[in-house]
Design a protein around this ligand. Structure first.
Ligand code: ASP
Length: 441
């Protein structure tokens, strides 16, 4: 029998109606054996996610402010969900007593946040009649909070063999001392991927509120087409540039096991969504480009020094400075006597003055120029490999839109061309590129 691991996001499980839709999808196919659940998300655009309410309770508790009404609000939402689903076997009164006691004595942010998925998964498991498996029992982090795949798989693989069908809360696990620890926000995607790998799933279905990824940002271009198939590598290039349907870290566990990810829409379950696979078979050779995506808010640090190319280790010394301040660089375009380090402005803002001082001391440059408000745009696609004239089309489209390209970076894998432009030109540039490549997308 096939095994499908399904993960439902917060909007797919925001209330009893949504949970019914999600569990109907699970029941429709007996291969859908493991269901990873997020905490209830927004029911309407101006609603508040349960996870955010739980963080609010925690913040108020540590600041010595009143958290009781926020906790009551959370409790009411779960009581309503359980009542509407007819679930009576989950003792919510006892669960909220425990939560209240936790808030009264040394509350912990990760523990509080994790209760969103814990309670939702418990109720859903009772409703659908699957086992409930607490992620704290098998998702393991090391003492520094880094996910420990070896320890997790040792616990999870045999556990899944003993449970044919289960609901598993996403987003959290435990440190070696048993303390609850969470992934970063949106981390239920990661849990789903870990479970899919441990279950040796045939596919990892990630159910959300959109019918897959789109070839471009719909807030900027009108009605972009959905992407039917994309490779893990292309997804990395695009997600890194902002097409955020899936948590960045969710790719790795399934990638190593070669399990495809299928992004699906709980509200339109008949839509095929986007399939993320290891290798894209080129069934549509006319689709040269898989997607166009970008992000604003980068800084370009241009270091100039004559005869830089003969100074062995120059680049290594510069990068070591960024590493010492725990700032990762995004791009590194270089010339004969210049080296540009592109970083997310937000990432280096606290260390900015110190980093610049160190660069002066260590490299004695002729000049350092800083440019903020840079947007990076990536044009991505396996079809680009070996296709002539593509770069020319990218630059032509930007030139025709009367915009200035500040920086160019083509990965040697040839599946992307990245350009840097001013933040204020970002939307115009995306539209210009979309118009140029619309028929190739
Ligand atoms: N509930 C968590 C969040 O809002 C994790 C998730 O939904 O994936 O970030």
């Amino acid at each position: 029998m096939q095994t499908i691991v399904v993960k439902f996001g917060g909007s797919s499980l925001a209330n009893a109606d949504q949970i019914r839709k999600a569990t109907d999808i699970v029941k429709q196919n007996p291969s859908r054996r493991y269901m990873v659940a997020s905490a209830p998300g927004k029911r309407t655009p101006d609603d508040v996610k349960i996870t955010d309410l739980l963080y609010t309770c925690y913040d108020r508790a540590v600041e010595g402010r009143d958290w009781t009404s926020a906790l009551s609000g959370i409790r009411e939402r779960y009581e309503e969900i359980a009542r509407d689903l007819g679930v009576t076997s989950v003792d919510l009164a006892a669960e909220f007593d425990t939560l209240q006691k936790h808030l009264e004595h040394e509350p912990k942010a990760d523990y509080m946040a994790s209760r969103g998925e814990y309670l939702n998964a418990k109720i859903i498991a009772a409703y659908i009649g699957f086992d409930f498996l607490d992620a704290a029992d098998f998702i393991r982090f090391d003492e520094t909070g880094v996910y420990d795949s070896e320890a997790t798989e040792k616990l999870l693989v045999p556990l899944l063999l003993r449970h044919k069908k289960a609901v598993i809360p996403g987003f959290y696990g435990a440190l070696p001392n048993g303390e609850i620890h969470t992934f970063s926000r949106g981390g239920s995607d990661v849990t789903g991927s870990i479970v899919a790998k441990a279950a040796k799933a045939n596919v990892y279905e990630n159910w959300t509120d959109v019918s897959g990824m789109l070839v471009a940002d719909p807030r900027i271009v009108k009605d972009p087409r959905p992407i039917e198939v994309i490779s893990y590598k292309e997804l990395r290039e695009l997600s890194y540039m902002g097409a955020n349907v899936l948590h960045q870290d969710a790719v790795f566990p399934v990638y190593s096991a070669g399990i495809p990810i299928n992004i699906r829409n709980t509200n339109c379950p008949d839509d095929k969504g986007t399939m993320i696979v290891r290798h894209v078979k080129n069934t549509q050779p006319e689709k040269i480009i898989t997607g166009i995506a970008g992000t604003k808010g980068f800084t370009n640090i241009l270091i100039e020094k004559s005869m830089m190319n003969s100074e062995i280790g120059f680049g290594a010394r510069v990068l070591q400075i960024f590493a010492d301040f725990n700032v990762s660089f995004e791009h590194l375009p270089s010339g004969i006597d210049t080296l540009s380090v592109v970083v997310a402005t937000e990432d280096w803002k606290d260390a900015r003055t110190d980093i610049l001082k160190r660069i002066q001391e260590v490299t004695h440059p002729d000049n350092i120029k800083i440019e903020d408000h840079i947007a990076m745009i990536a044009v991505v696609g396996h079809g680009m490999v070996g296709t002539k004239g593509l770069a020319a089309r990218v630059f032509n489209a930007i030139a025709k839109a009367d915009l200035n390209i500040r920086m160019i970076d083509q990965g040697s894998s040839e599946i992307n061309i990245i350009i840097g432009i001013k933040d204020e030109d970002y939307e115009t540039a995306i539209r210009a590129l979309y118009a140029e490549f619309e028929k190739d997308l």
